[in-house]
Design a protein around this ligand. Structure first.
Ligand SMILES: Cc1cc2nc3c(=O)[nH]c(=O)nc-3n(C[C@H](O)[C@H](O)[C@H](O)COP(=O)(O)OP(=O)(O)OC[C@H]3O[C@@H](n4cnc5c(N)ncnc54)[C@H](O)[C@@H]3O)c2cc1C
Length: 499
């Protein structure tokens, strides 16, 4: 049974990232009362925020705005208008002191590797075709069979191991099949030989233009937060949701804690929650079944930190980002923020590079002092030949815990368990990336938020017209599909012990 669509409800939203703010704006536009609570004391935008330090702006990883969903494209454009820049993508791979165009270009590969190395790659590819690894178990086996060992070493091994912190020989083959499907050797060669046409490239992941807000992704989310406030909504900063008080099939209120441990409790009619799913479940009061709690505690994440270096050097490189496949350095990717938008840099003649490190909060590395991380980044930058150590004037460190929800071996059964339980709560919907433990982009997170707001009229969870789990990685809603967990940019699973 649906409630009166005109009923004014109090909507409590947890998290002011893309999902939370999209939900906030959509709900306020329908005439609801909106409170968005964000744990960060300063920034809205979540992982899509733009950090500002002394006038320099940088992303948590570069954020391309690209969506196949026209509703989302319009949403972005309506808010950013002239500030929604169109950027020509340029990115390369750095390996063995050379830069390889990415997407790969045959002439460039030939020039970099030389005829002899190319011949070796080809022979290694032929060898894999004639004598493939029979019992394919790992990512390593799968890629070697597909591309040959030499190309695997050049273009796959080191970067994958940096991102996920697992040896490629321990990652399940299923991830490779999903991650690299649509990018076979023959397609890559064809793509490299054919002259580049204008418009989106055909091969998966090789999109050659994207949109970007003039002042970084945070501009969109700051503007959205401001609009919510102008329309009468409330955004509470520095308020971390720690508990949801459950009463029968409903959440009555949520309790928040500030940095000093002071708590506030807010009542609401509906709760839209984008905080990590594991924390949502552990924060539910009342009798949550042990198996649901156990399933939630099983969810894991990969963390991420950026060291931004400011340097007086105007002619560094023209790429937006460079993948660092060199195994001798720890950095995985380097951003040059000026090449995303020149408005990210306050001073003429200066650049700001973002050295990205993938890690876990449990690693010693995560707890290194900022000065130690800046020193490492400076040293790696000069080791790679990007700039000399003394050109760097200052650095900043930004830590992003839970940047990537990880799909462990049996995570999907855990999600099914959690979803089943959440379906018993009539006024709580989980939305967004960590909110639903889905490794997806902004557009997907936003789509789950838009649909969650459309569900607000339903009195019970069974009456909701949209099942948010059916939003796929293209940010499209597919009624016919079953609940989708593995859609989109998958994260690797370790090999199952008995496979
Ligand atoms: C390195 C990297 C690169 C990326 N590149 C792109 C890209 O190019 N294009 C793209 O579209 N997407 C990209 N993404 C994905 C994008 O960042 C996410 O899809 C998007 O930010 C998810 O939005 P969200 O609101 O679901 O979650 P989040 O951005 O995680 O926001 C959740 C918010 O909830 C807050 N929160 C958490 N717990 C609590 C709590 N207990 N109480 C209150 N608040 C809480 C957080 O502080 C945060 O502000 C990238 C992600 C990473 C890590």
């Amino acid at each position: 049974m649906a409630a009166n669509q005109n009923e004014r409800l109090k909507i409590v939203i947890i998290g002011a990232g893309p999902a939370g703010l999209t939900a906030g704006l959509e709900a306020i536009n329908l005439g609801h009362d909106v409170v968005v609570a964000e744990q960060d004391p300063e920034y809205v935008g979540g992982i899509s925020r733009t950090v500002k330090k002394e006038g320099y702006r940088f992303d948590i990883g570069g954020h391309r705005f690209f969506s196949k969903n026209t509703e989302i494209q319009k949403w972005w454009k309506a808010r950013l208008s002239e500030d929604f820049l169109k950027v020509d993508r340029q990115s390369r791979i750095y390996f063995e002191n050379k830069f390889f165009d990415y997407p790969l270009d045959l002439k460039n590969v030939l020039a970099n590797l030389g005829l002899w190395q190319c011949a070796m790659c080809f022979l290694s590819y032929l060898k894999s075709r004639i004598f493939p690894i029979k019992n394919v178990k790992s990512f390593e086996d799968w890629v070697i069979n597909q591309f040959g060992n030499k190309l695997y070493q050049t273009f796959f091994k080191s970067y994958t191991e940096k991102v996920w912190g697992i040896s490629c020989s321990k990652i399940s083959k299923d991830w490779a099949a999903q991650r690299i499907k649509g990018l076979s050797m023959s397609q890559a060669i064809l793509h490299a030989i054919r002259p580049q046409k204008k418009g989106p490239a055909k091969i998966k992941t090789l999109i050659n233009k994207f949109n970007y807000p003039r002042f970084g992704p945070g501009q969109l989310w700051e503007e959205t937060a401001d609009t919510i406030v102008q329309k009468g909504g409330t955004i509470l900063m520095g308020q971390k949701a720690i508990e949801f008080q459950k009463d029968g099939n409903k959440i009555r209120s949520a309790t928040f804690s500030d940095k000093d441990g002071n708590t506030t409790t807010i009542e609401g009619d509906h709760f839209l929650v984008s905080m990590p799913l594991s924390k949502t479940i552990s924060g539910l009061s009342g009798n949550v079944p042990d198996k649901v709690k156990a399933a939630a505690s099983h969810l894991t994440y990969r963390d991420f930190l950026t060291v931004a270096l400011v340097l007086k050097d105007k002619d560094l490189f023209t790429d937006q980002w460079i993948y660092i496949h060199d195994p001798n350095v720890r950095v995985g990717r380097i951003q040059n923020y000026k090449n995303w938008s020149k408005w990210m840099i306050p001073e003429e003649g200066y650049s700001c590079l973002g050295l990205e490190y993938f890690c876990n909060t449990t690693d010693d590395f995560w707890n290194w002092k900022d000065e130690e991380l800046i020193q490492l980044a400076k040293q790696e930058c000069s080791q790679l030949g990007f700039t000399s150590d003394n050109a760097i004037e200052k650095g900043f460190v930004v830590r992003a815990p839970k940047a990537y929800p990880v799909y462990t071996e049996d995570y999907s059964s855990k999600i099914i368990e959690i979803k089943k339980y959440l379906d018993t709560i009539d006024n709580l919907q989980v939305i967004g990336r960590n909110g639903m433990h889905k490794y997806n982009n902004q557009d997907h997170s936003m789509m789950t938020a838009i649909l969650a707001v459309k569900n607000l009229g339903a009195r019970t969870s069974a009456d909701r017209p949209y099942d948010l789990w059916k939003v796929n990685s293209d940010a499209a809603y597919h009624e016919e599909t079953k609940v989708e967990f593995n859609a989109g940019r998958a994260t690797p699973e370790p090999i199952k012990p008995n496979s």
